[in-house]
Design a protein around this ligand. Structure first.
Ligand SMILES: Nc1ncnc2c1ncn2[C@@H]1O[C@H](COP(=O)(O)OP(=O)(O)OP(=O)(O)O)[C@@H](O)[C@H]1O
Ligand SMILES: [Mg+2]
Length: 338
């Protein structure tokens, strides 16, 4: 549970401290007052990453060189320090109680589940969004997964570079063997963990009697599959099979939600997915994650707001809204006005 966060040159905040109750905190403010930025900073303290910026230095205030996030979580102090760096090489430092940590050891101490309007992209946008979802959830609860994904991605870059050298420079193909084995070993772990998560999600009940499910579209990696694509891979200078090509399809009563679902049904599909994520993280971690809800109530109808509020009440939740009336109907919540 997070009790306090101190932001220094983080996005629009020069120097600001926010405190959070162990139940629900509602951050209220007009558009562009910094509500999403506060949630992003909490997310960064949890994962070491942004849920929004593709480049982490975007989180540094326009007029500053260094951004700091310092969060008090239980008895620990989690810190993220970002710099623009020299010659366009930005740096990131992660610290727990003042001691520098690698990402694998930093993420997973403080667990959050974030849900905002951009999550609709999970249904409608490219497979990389859906792989990102799987990685984010599994990384929160499984250190071995964090290690495997970093190792796989690094191996993939090396293997693609080697494929390029085989094509362009005639480098010997036998060098591929090492990378094949590394990718197969880590790839098997990633696929198994992803399958486990998708199976768990599929056991989650219907919401408001709407029956959603996920189909795992797995790109298996093995010696046989790599051998099958060997010629194409060298021609393309890129690895064509493996978890980096995974995807999943959302279904509503067996139909493809991205193609046939209404906007509202797609939104419910994402809500269903997020509730399943919450249950998964809670079960695997053995404790309740903090919920970060960015401006989602305005998009939900009455029944679905009730579904969300029922979950919110049993966990630490930090909610943003631009609607001051929203707060009036809520009892027992702390309010932060921006
Ligand atoms: N690196 C940065 N440096 C300074 N300001 C920034 C930076 N990145 C974003 N901002 C500004 O921070 C302000 C607040 O953004 P934020 O997205 O948190 O607003 P919000 O309260 O969530 O608004 P909305 O209700 O529209 O969602 C915006 O004006 C944005 O332009
Ligand atoms: Mg916002």
């Amino acid at each position: 549970m997070i009790t306090k966060i101190r932001l220094t040159n983080f996005r629009n905040f020069k120097a600001q401290v926010f405190e959070f109750s162990n139940k629900t905190t509602v951050i209220v403010g007009p558009n562009a007052s910094g509500k999403t930025n506060v949630l992003e900073s909490i997310y960064a303290a949890s994962t070491g990453k942004s849920f929004k910026a593709s480049l982490q230095e975007e989180m540094i205030n326009h007029k500053a060189e260094i951004a700091r996030v310092k969060a008090k979580v239980g008895g620990d102090i989690l810190e993220v320090i970002l710099t623009r760096g020299e010659n366009g090489w930005p740096t990131k430092k992660l610290l727990i109680n003042g001691v520098g940590k690698r990402l694998v050891d930093f993420a997973g101490i403080f667990r959050v589940v974030a849900f905002g309007p951009q999550d609709l992209d999970l249904v409608t946008e490219s497979p990389s969004h859906r792989r990102g979802f799987l990685d984010t959830v599994l990384s929160q609860v499984d250190r071995e997964y964090r290690r495997a994904i970093l190792s796989y991605e690094k191996g993939l870059r090396q293997r693609n570079r080697l494929l390029w050298r085989i094509r362009e420079e005639g480098t010997n193909r036998s060098q591929l063997l090492f990378w094949n084995q590394l990718l197969i070993k880590n790839g098997d772990n990633l696929s198994a963990a992803r399958q486990g998560l998708i199976d768990f999600i599929n056991q989650t009940g219907a919401i408001n009697s709407q029956d959603f499910s996920l189909d795992y579209d797995k790109s298996a990696i093995s010696e046989a599959r790599l051998a099958q694509y060997a010629t194409e891979e060298i021609a393309a200078a890129t690895t064509l099979v493996g978890p980096h090509r995974d995807d999943f399809v959302f279904r509503l009563k067996k139909r493809d939600l991205a193609r046939f679902g209404s906007r509202g049904e797609q939104r419910m599909g994402v809500l269903w997915l997020k509730l399943a994520e919450l249950a998964f993280v809670e079960e695997k971690a053995g404790e309740r994650p903090t919920l970060l809800l960015d401006d989602i109530f305005s998009e939900l109808d009455h029944d679905h707001r009730k579904v969300v509020m029922a979950v919110v009440r049993s966990k630490q939740a930090i909610i943003t809204t631009a609607d001051p009336h929203f707060v009036k109907g809520l009892k027992g919540v702390e309010k932060i006005s921006l």
